[in-house]
Design a protein around this ligand. Structure first.
Ligand SMILES: OCc1cccc(Br)n1
Length: 446
């Protein structure tokens, strides 16, 4: 914390060497509650993670997009009782507009797809990595921001879309050393719920609310779940039947319960068959209790989980065929997922899989004489022009300091610009850590 200097008895302020303005206020140098700084080491890990997100997206032929972190609050006003709504980071701007820091990326995607209309041919395959926000009472000390990787397919009504998306996440996991022994995907479909609630003639508008309540299973007591289901007029019989179906863990059992004629069973069978062809059957399991906590899902839903059961869901997604029409656009079939940047890092730490990402600077260039600083700048420019990374020593420093800095930045080569050598158009090169050293013509440096 930066302290403002206190006036002594004489009234004069004995300020430190650097003058601190008398009016300077004490500021907290930590970032706002629930947010993170990314100093170099953390930023290297974040870039490593995002580079893997983006490389997988490229492998699957997806195009990168982005949207404002600030959106109209209207994008997120859904009436299904979602947690994401309760925690909206929203405010009125100076133009009296209701705006919000985006809590997720999917509504922005829907907005942009509608905006683009027929100018963008289907299927759309877009991905984004963006910061998302929630305003949660810090009582739980949880973060208020995270970065989410999203991949979405618009215009494909078949479960081939969901199968492709899960394949992309499996590809990502494999790239970073995570196997099916570490994580799995619980897969279900909201059409299971729809078919069960349909038996009890539960009106369509209550369907999303029921899903949001059921998503709280395991997070709040079962009695509370039943109470909330009763509050949306589900009969005791419907509730008991629903809870029984939600405990089903196999497609065979599901088919026995629902019959084989419905879309829920047939789509899930197709998905599991496609998984066989993609080669990730060992990563997935049917679990009827998966509904996810977003109101707009309409079909297949899935979530990545850690098999040790220590962490929250790693990622989640599903089909949302009617989101666009809720924004006044033409409906297109759609599916997608969100993958947060925090739980996966916790998992990698747990598994000892965090990558070593040291700062690596190829060259450190130093003038041995203050009059040779220009020469050193020239050498640095020649190397940089050849794509070489150079840390140029910018002050007149003793060699001991230079060697210490070279070690800290993991430099491979120390290039010294000395007057005797420079007069012959040469510089001296030390390959650090090897004792090898030689002189070389500046033009031949590479
Ligand atoms: O996963 C829900 C969520 C949304 C925004 C920010 C954070 Br942290 N978490």
């Amino acid at each position: 914390v930066i302290e403002t200097p206190r006036a002594g008895r004489s009234g004069s302020v004995s300020s430190p060497p650097h003058q601190v303005a008398d009016y300077a206020q004490k500021i907290d140098v930590n970032p706002p509650k629930g947010t993170r700084d990314f100093p170099p080491e953390e930023m290297r890990l974040r870039n490593w993670l995002f580079d893997n997100f983006k490389e997988v997206s490229r492998l699957f032929g997806f195009e990168e997009v982005d949207y404002p972190v600030l959106e109209s609050e209207a994008l997120y006003i859904r009436k299904a009782g979602e947690e994401i709504r309760d925690q909206l980071y929203c405010f009125e701007d100076r133009g009296n507009r209701r705006v919000a820091l985006r809590p997720e990326l999917t509504p922005s995607l829907a907005r942009l797809v509608i905006q683009k209309g027929k100018s963008v041919p289907l299927p759309i395959k877009w991905f984004a990595v963006g910061q998302c926000w929630r305003y949660e009472r810090m009582t739980r000390g949880r973060r208020r921001e995270h970065y989410q990787w999203n991949m979405d397919i618009i215009g494909v009504p078949h479960v081939t879309g969901e199968a492709e998306l899960i394949s992309s996440i499996v590809t990502f996991f494999k790239r970073i050393g995570i196997t099916e022994k570490d994580v799995g995907f619980k897969i279900s479909s909201r059409k299971v719920l729809q078919e069960v609630l349909g038996f009890y003639s539960v009106p369509e508008p209550l369907f999303a609310k029921a899903c949001i309540i059921i998503d709280k299973m395991g997070k709040i007591p079962m009695e509370e779940i039943k109470k909330e289901l009763k509050s949306i007029e589900l009969s005791n019989e419907a509730i008991e039947d629903l809870l029984q179906v939600l405990s089903i863990k196999s497609l065979t059992e599901l088919e026995e319960k629902l019959g084989g004629a419905g879309e829920a069973v047939s789509e899930l069978k197709q998905l599991f068959s496609l998984a066989e062809n993609f080669g990730y059957s060992d990563w997935i399991q049917f679990d009827a209790s998966v509904v996810r906590g977003l109101a707009y899902y309409t079909g297949v839903v899935f979530e990545g989980f850690d098999r040790e059961g220590k962490l929250r869901a790693i990622c989640g997604g599903g089909r949302y065929d009617r989101l666009l029409s809720t924004f006044g656009g033409d409906d297109h079939p759609a599916c997608g997922f969100g993958f947060g940047d925090a739980v996966i890092i916790e998992l990698l730490k747990e598994r000892g899989l965090l990558p070593e990402l040291p700062l690596e600077v190829e060259n450190i260039v130093c003038a041995l004489d203050p009059n040779l600083q220009g020469a050193a700048a020239r050498v640095a420019s020649v190397l940089r022009g050849k794509g070489q990374c150079v840390d140029l020593v910018l002050e007149n420093k003793p060699l001991k300091w230079v060697f210490k800095r070279a070690a800290r930045i993991n430099a491979r080569r120390l290039i010294l610009v000395g007057s005797a050598e420079w007069e012959r158009g040469m510089v001296s090169v030390k390959i650090l850590g090897t004792g090898e050293q030689y002189e070389v013509d500046v033009g031949e440096l590479e």
